[in-house]
Design a protein around this ligand. Structure first.
Ligand code: URA
Length: 248
C-alpha cells in the first residue's frame, strides 16, 4: 500500500478546504510539518511518521471512514442525483470531504442500516455475490404470511424475471389477516442483493411489502439508538468484526 501522499491532499481529506484554501494556509505559515512551517503544498507526507499541525493544532488524519447510517425514507442510495435527496446529503456537513459512497442500495422508501465508506476494498468484499453476505430485513406485509412462505423462501422462489433466489430464512413475528387488514410482521435473511429483492420475493408468493427496514449486514447490526437520518462512525470492534467476518 502507498504510504505517502501530498500534503494538500491530506489536509483536504482532513477537512481544511480545497487545494487553493490550503495553499493560502501554507503561504500564511499556518501549516507545520514536524514543527517547521511547510513551504510546498505538494510535499510528500507519510501520515504515520510526520506530525502535521495547522495553527498549532494537530491534524487527525484518517484515510478511511466507516459510517453507520439509519437511512430514513425519501432518500436515494447514491452519491449524486439531479432530482432527489441522497444519503450522502445526510452526512455532507461532517464528512463532505471524504468522498463517501453507500455500500449497496436500499430503495428510496426503505429504511435502516446503510454503511457509508470510502474504502472501496471493503465495499467490494461486502457486495461480492460470491461472498453471500447475509442481510436481515424487518418487513410489514399485507395478508397472512405463514409457514408455506417460509418453506418457499427456504427452497428459493422464482422472481418476475425468472431468477430463482438462493435459500433465505423467514422468521414470522406475527401472522396478519386479510379479513381484518392486520399486517404480518416478519424478518427475512437473504444472502444476495438483487434489485428490490425482498419486495419481489413476497410478490412471488402473492404478497405485498408495505414497510421495509434493514437490520443487519454481515456482522454489522443497526444501532437502534440511531433515529431515522442519524449516523455514527463504526466502533473499532464493529469494523474489525466486519473485516474479519468477510475474510473467511
Ligand atoms: N429488498 C428490497 O426490495 N428493497 C430494498 O431496499 C432492499 C432489499
Amino acid at each position: 500500500m502507498k504510504k505517502t501522499m501530498r500534503l494538500d491532499k491530506l489536509l483536504a481529506h482532513a477537512g481544511y478546504g480545497s487545494r487553493s484554501d490550503i495553499k493560502k494556509l501554507i503561504k500564511a505559515k499556518a501549516v507545520a510539518v514536524d514543527g517547521k512551517p511547510a513551504k510546498d503544498s505538494g510535499m510528500q507526507i507519510d501520515p504515520d511518521r510526520h506530525r502535521i499541525t495547522v495553527d498549532g493544532e494537530a491534524v487527525m488524519y484518517k484515510e478511511f471512514v466507516y459510517v453507520m447510517l439509519n437511512k430514513p425514507p425519501g432518500y436515494v442510495s447514491a452519491t449524486e442525483d439531479v432530482r432527489e435527496r441522497t444519503v450522502i446529503d445526510l452526512v455532507a456537513d461532517e464528512y463532505g470531504h471524504y468522498e463517501l459512497f453507500p455500500v449497496g442500495r436500499l430503495d428510496k422508501d426503505t429504511e435502516g442500516l446503510l454503511l457509508l465508506t470510502n474504502d472501496g476494498k471493503l465495499a467490494h468484499q461486502l457486495l461480492s455475490p460470491k461472498k453471500h453476505v447475509p442481510k436481515t430485513y424487518y418487513a410489514e406485509v399485507e395478508g397472512q404470511v405463514g409457514e408455506s412462505d417460509a418453506q418457499a423462501f427456504a427452497q428459493g422462489v422464482t422472481l418476475d424475471d425468472g431468477y430463482v433466489t438462493l435459500p433465505a430464512k423467514l422468521r414470522i413475528l406475527h401472522s396478519g389477516s386479510p379479513e381484518t387488514e392486520e399486517l404480518s410482521r416478519i424478518e427475512l435473511t437473504i444472502v444476495e442483493g438483487k434489485f428490490h429483492q425482498v419486495k419481489r420475493m413476497f410478490q412471488a408468493v402473492g404478497k405485498r411489502v408495505v414497510y421495509l427496514k434493514r437490520l443487519s449486514m454481515g456482522t454489522l447490526a443497526l444501532d437502534e439508538r440511531l433515529g431515522p437520518g442519524e449516523y455514527r462512525e463504526l466502533t473499532a470492534e464493529e469494523l474489525e468484526r466486519l473485516i474479519k467476518g468477510n475474510e473467511a
